[in-house]
Design a protein around this ligand. Structure first.
Ligand SMILES: [Zn+2]
Ligand SMILES: [Zn+2]
Length: 274
């Protein structure tokens, strides 16, 4: 993953400032990573610049500037461009050629693909809250993923004993009927009640600091819908039962099916896994 763009320059160099600097800023903006400016007139920056040019760029005792690099999180560095020794206009043209090249476009496409954020990543980062097990044990719950694809996720708040206090369907555009069927096929018609479904809209600004930017990357509307399912037992008979998550580990694959059993049972397996 590319995590930084660097430009080695000097302020006195007309090949560097202003146009190469602003072009390097454009790369950083395209890739949504920070730009590191290494000015060889400042000795600490020159040391870093020399090392970068020596290892990955076009090195000579009095090397040409500017030199531009993209750096990866794993330490890999790619040299992108060296200024021309000829007229300033030649360096300018080489920048234009870089931006219109399929090389640059592919690099950017690959980076965006690798960097693609799914709804699941967003939910786990911003919509995953600490809570306590309700009606069962009072231990801490965690949000377990039951199902997901790029735009949807179904998660359940589960305690260490597998009791489910809440199931949440997160979606950019929720299909309530699908969610209803998803629940009914697992817990049964008797347990499911339309009244137990509740809808909420989440906006980036009500979550953590950078959520507003992050939400735009996964949702065109800048919103995420949550459909909550929590059972509210009324009769004494209903109060004896609880929703549980099967924790069967078969060949490394977790079953993750919801099932109903007596609330004080220590069984962790659904009917099919038993
Ligand atoms: Zn519990
Ligand atoms: Zn199971």
């Amino acid at each position: 993953m590319i995590n930084q763009v660097s430009i080695v320059l000097a302020n006195y160099c007309p090949h560097c400032v202003p146009f190469s600097l602003s072009n390097a800023e454009k790369i950083a903006k395209d890739f949504e990573v920070p730009l590191r400016v290494l000015n060889i007139e400042i000795s600490e920056q020159e040391i870093v610049a020399d090392k970068l040019v020596k290892e990955y760029g076009d090195w000579s005792e009095d090397y040409l500037i500017p030199q531009v690099f993209v750096e990866y999180a794993n330490g890999q560095v790619i040299h992108l461009l060296t200024g021309f020794s000829e007229a300033v206009s030649v360096t300018k043209t080489s920048w234009e050629a870089l931006f219109s090249s399929s090389y640059y476009k592919n690099l950017l496409r690959e980076h965006r693909f690798m960097n693609h954020k799914s709804l699941k990543d967003f939910v786990n980062k911003y919509l995953n809250f600490k809570g306590k097990c309700r009606r069962h044990c009072n231990k801490l719950t965690t949000l377990d993923e039951l199902r997901y694809n790029a735009n949807n996720m179904v998660g359940a708040y589960v305690c260490p004993d597998g009791y489910v206090s809440k199931v949440i369907y997160f979606s950019i555009d929720p299909d309530i009927n699908w969610f209803k069927n998803f629940l009914i096929t697992q817990v049964g018609k008797e347990i499911f009640n339309d009244r137990d479904l509740r809808l909420a809209t989440r906006y980036g600004w009500e979550l953590e600091s950078d959520a507003s930017t992050a939400i735009r990357k996964i949702s065109p509307t800048g919103m995420i819908k949550e459909v909550y399912w929590t059972t509210y037992p009324k009769t004494d008979e209903e109060k004896k039962l609880g929703v549980f998550l099967c924790s069967n580990l078969q060949k490394g694959k977790v079953c993750r099916k919801l099932f109903i059993q007596e609330i004080n049972s220590t069984n962790r397996l659904c009917q099919e896994c038993k």
